[in-house]
Design a protein around this ligand. Structure first.
Ligand code: DC
Length: 233
């Protein structure tokens, strides 16, 4: 195997990024968080006062903006027009805007081409909505994470509290999650779908460690050879 790719898809709060980060650490490979890229586009639109649903304006904005994804000691940083916005893209309001902007085909085409470029060069794990179905349809390993919306809202609330955001209610977070679920899975171009060859993991009752063990168990016999491939890469 020259390079191998692991695709992890699922709705927001299903545990994709936590899982992808720990898999990357476990196997010593690169983790690309693709949602962060749509978040950066959304942040740019918010800052520029451009509606995330106005396609012609967004196309114009894309042409002028510069997005760089860099890895500092394996950790992804998002650089927008030269500024590190890795923290800013997690602020409230950016999530829903990212879902809106990601429904636009020109935005997806630009982001997917960057994602394929990064993923083509090394062993990687990518998480998102369309990784196994569209970005890397030939990925060797595909996983689809699910979890009850209420549990996903609880996790998101907790994550925001860790970031110091404490003024959100459970109901508003749940509403955002349901809005994004609907929009991300019903958009016409590259929606969130589970492919037939993806392994489904329901994380509702799992700790992050249990979900990681579950994924590693699926790779079981191949783990050592994956590590060797990586060492030789
Ligand atoms: O995973 P996240 O919450 O950071 O993603 C933010 C939004 O970006 C999500 O609501 C849908 C969109 N997204 C996408 O359309 N395709 C991806 N591969 C990743 C994210």
């Amino acid at each position: 195997m020259a390079h191998f790719q692991i695709a992890i898809d699922g709705p927001s709060g299903s545990g994709k990024s936590t899982l992808a980060r720990s898999v990357a650490r476990e196997l010593g490979i690169l983790y690309l968080d693709t949602g962060a890229m749509y978040r950066a586009c959304a942040l740019k639109a918010i800052r520029s006062g451009v509606s995330t649903k106005d396609e012609p304006e967004i196309v114009e904005m894309l042409a002028k903006m510069r997005l760089d994804i860099v890895f500092v000691e394996g950790s992804q940083r998002v650089i927008l027009d030269g500024e590190d916005v890795t923290e800013d893209i997690r602020k409230p309001g950016v999530s829903v805007a990212a879902s809106d902007i990601s429904a636009l085909r020109p935005v997806r085409e630009a982001m997917v081409s960057m994602q394929r470029e990064i993923a083509g060069k090394r062993n990687v794990v990518l998480d998102g909505r369309d990784i196994g179905s569209y970005v890397l349809p030939n990925a060797e390993y595909k996983f689809f994470l699910t979890a009850d919306p209420e549990e996903r809202a609880r996790r998101r609330l907790e994550e925001m509290a860790i970031r110091g955001v404490t003024n959100l209610t459970f109901e508003s977070v749940l509403e955002d999650i349901k809005y994004r679920d609907h929009q991300d899975s019903t958009r016409s171009f590259a929606p969130l779908v589970k492919t037939a060859d993806a392994i489904v993991i329901d994380t509702t009752q799992n700790t992050p460690e249990e979900t990681l063990r579950c994924l590693l168990a699926c790779l079981s016999g191949e783990i050592n050879s994956l590590r060797e491939t990586n060492n030789g890469a």
